[in-house]
Design a protein around this ligand. Structure first.
Ligand code: ADP
Ligand code: MG
Length: 365
């Protein structure tokens, strides 16, 4: 089912929690809404669900307006961060609840509850109460409860944030599997960029109630439209600079920074409308090349001028994260992420050559 939000605005008194947010979810899509705490994610989800009726703008399912349709008539499945299970009911009672409320026949309730519990991997747990389940199992019950009504849209509000890291990872693939099996249009809200990047078909970034970006995970990570989105999606090294000459056609543009001039290829790497003058360039830590002082970088990579030192090296298992002290004070601390198997890498205090390939740079004004 397609779900569209057209200039949705929600206010709580003087606070504008959502400001003219427009989105169009495609049928069967796993769509993520990502943003920091307080940016309006739950407000958006609760409005879609029908719990907030006082809004401006349009909300439609398959082109039909949802205005005035009460929450229980929307047939949307919803999962909350804190599960919101009924503690006094068994797993069976919790999952059957929505069907009983809809006066579904007892025999069908049994079949559908069994089906939903099978889907979330909880067959055999029917008689337990929420207090006798782990956090992950409780979240599965909440998912089964949302799925059992065969919802037209599935709404998930930070469903994994109460779980520990390992379980969160397992549940991610579990939710992806369930999505593949049900093909439900899903709106998934989270503040965790890894969850969004690893699971989304498409995603939107929300800041202070406004939509900042919309796109596929790789597209947004590689080409964020602004600094906020770049930094929210991952670590980045930012350099202040100035556009000396914009790119024209296939000719690279030139940006001056305190660490040397960078020639940036045109097309995708050079946003339209950039003018001569102040700008910022950034690159991701995984695109920074490190070598012993004086060593040759790979062909095409541009060496940053001046001597850099390893300020700290953090061994992360699969990779090592280096903090680099660059010679120019405005460059502050840079990060480089390297995958080193067996190798010793660089010690703290080592002098290093730092280079970045031009296509890895991004630029905005
Ligand atoms: P998120 O889910 O992204 O953390 P919310 O949608 O819960 O954000 O909140 C968005 C903004 O609206 C915040 O500033 C929050 O304090 C405010 N807010 C949320 N719910 C209410 C409410 N019931 N009354 C007043 N302000 C609210
Ligand atoms: Mg919230």
């Amino acid at each position: 089912m397609s779900l569209t939000l057209d200039k949705l605005t929600v206010r709580y008194g003087d606070v504008t929690a959502l400001h003219q947010v427009s989105l169009a979810l495609k049928p069967g899509e796993m769509f993520f809404l990502l943003g920091p705490s307080g940016c309006g994610k739950s407000t958006l989800l609760r409005t879609v669900a029908g719990f907030i009726e006082d809004y401006e703008g349009g909300l439609a399912l398959e082109g039909g307006s949802l205005k005035g349709v009460p929450a229980h008539r929307r047939d949307f499945g919803m999962v909350f961060q804190n599960y919101a299970l009924f503690p006094h009911l068994t797993v069976l009672g919790n999952v059957a609840f929505g069907l009983e409320a809809r006066a579904v026949a007892a025999a069908e309730i049994r079949t559908r509850v069994a089906e939903a519990l099978g889907l979330v991997g909880l067959s055999g747990y029917e008689t337990r109460r929420p207090g006798e389940l782990s956090g992950g199992q409780q979240q599965r019950v909440a998912l089964a409860r949302a799925l059992v009504i065969r919802p037209r849209v599935l709404l998930l509000d930070e469903p994994l944030s109460n779980l520990d890291a390992k379980l969160r990872w397992d549940m991610r693939s579990e939710i992806k599997r369930i999505h593949a099996a049900t093909k439900l249009t899903t709106l998934y809200v989270t503040h965790d960029q890894k969850e969004a990047l690893s699971m989304a078909d498409r995603m939107a970034i929300l800041k202070d109630g406004k939509l900042e970006a919309l796109g596929a995970p790789r597209e947004l990570y590689d080409h964020p439209p602004n600094r906020f989105c770049a930094q929210f999606l991952g670590d980045c090294n930012v350099l202040e600079g100035a556009v000396a000459a914009p790119a024209t056609g296939s000719a690279p543009g030139r940006v001056r920074t305190a660490l040397g001039e960078i020639a940036l290829p045109g097309e995708k790497h050079w946003p339209a409308g950039l003018q001569v003058g102040k700008a910022e360039v950034f690159c991701r830590p995984e695109s920074v090349w490190l070598g012993a002082a004086g060593s040759e970088p790979p062909a095409g990579a541009v060496v940053l001028t001046g001597q850099a030192k390893v300020a700290s090296a953090a061994f992360l298992g699969a990779s090592t994260l280096y903090e680099l002290a660059l010679p120019h004070q405005n460059a502050a601390i840079w990060h480089a992420l390297r995958h080193e198997q067996d190798a010793a890498g660089f010690a703290e205090g080592a002098e290093v050559t730092v280079a970045v390939a031009p296509p890895a740079w991004r630029l905005w004004q």
